[in-house]
Design a protein around this ligand. Sequence first.
Ligand SMILES: Cc1cc2nc3c(=O)[nH]c(=O)nc-3n(C[C@H](O)[C@H](O)[C@H](O)COP(=O)(O)O)c2cc1C
Length: 374
Amino acid sequence: MPAALFSPLHIGPYRLKHRVVMAPLTRMRADKATLAPRPLNVEYYAQRATPGGLIIAEASPVLPTGTGSPNVPGIYSEAQVAGWKRVVDAVHAKGGVIFLQLWHVGRVSHSSFQPGGALPVAPSAIAIGDDLKAMTADGKLAAYEMPRALETDEIPALVAAYGQAARNAIAAGFDGVEVHGANGYLIEQFLQSRSNQRTDRYGGGIENRCRFLLEVTQAVIAACGADKVGVRLSPYGIANGSGEADPMPLYTYAIEALNKLGIAYLHLIEPRSSGAGRADVNWQNVPSAIALFRPIWKGVLIGAGGFTGEPAEAAVAGGQADAIAFGRYFISNPDLPARLQHGWPLTPYNRPTFYGGEEKGYTDYPVYQEMAKA
Ligand SMILES: Cc1cc2nc3c(=O)[nH]c(=O)nc-3n(C[C@H](O)[C@H](O)[C@H](O)COP(=O)(O)O)c2cc1C
């Protein structure tokens, strides 16, 4: 019996009954016309809700410019707020706690997604390399385009969009929001020198490169209160053309600055599974983010990336993390907390059905007790 994983945990104002968190997972199955969650999405989240269990709902663009994949649900329109409310209500009906991840992809987009066919925006006009491909609005692959560097005076409106998105999430009933500062998207593009060559107060030294993350976090805090805000980072990650040459000073500064903001939690992705959406194994023999940054972060720490039950129990029992988020195994095991608690076997995930489609690979994974009866 994994005792540490199944002990209670306070996150912000919430008392979780266990520490098996559902990681944010883009599944590209929103309503095509409105980009709002639809009944299929309600069923998927309800299947994965448990009393006192935390779900971090999938990355949701804060603006139409913030998307880079088809059929991803947003959090900037009334229809989207209404759609998310149905998801939240279903999770609450099962006693679950649900946060929404706030997203802007920056340069990880394509002009086919952008209003008026404009170029995607980014801190600097630096394209993602040819080894990776962009997705187009009709789901094809294309070379990444050179993004347009944001003007300094455009940045406050972007920061404000995160604040508005947080208000929208609270209006939909979410218990809180997670700022997506990981995986090579806009915030991480500002953090890292390979994607940020700005010469204004948002670029250059570490303090300047962390400014966008911290302003966004503060705007979101102003919208819903620090105790309802989490931040996700991926130090040492390599997803979507990211990768800081020397992550330790950058992320030490960022995490120390976040310590002062009193947020509900910090969520760190282990570099071994950076970019898990694209490949099963990314790197071997890389440092552990939770081991490196646990001594620096003063609050609740969620670790994610490549965990199964025993290592998760060991990480929580050993104090390296307070909770563990599971991605791929939460896709294929809707009853993952019960399986880990009882030591039941895990259903393997089917990668081709991760992104897009209908119920196959989404709501049709069985729970263990039904499988055992059959
Ligand atoms: C299909 C898929 C979609 C993902 N979408 C997101 C996302 O929306 N936001 C995010 O921060 N991470 C996303 N990730 C990363 C996961 O949250 C998680 O960090 C990663 O899968 C490693 O955890 P795991 O080994 O338990 O799967 C995604 C991963 C997968 C496989």
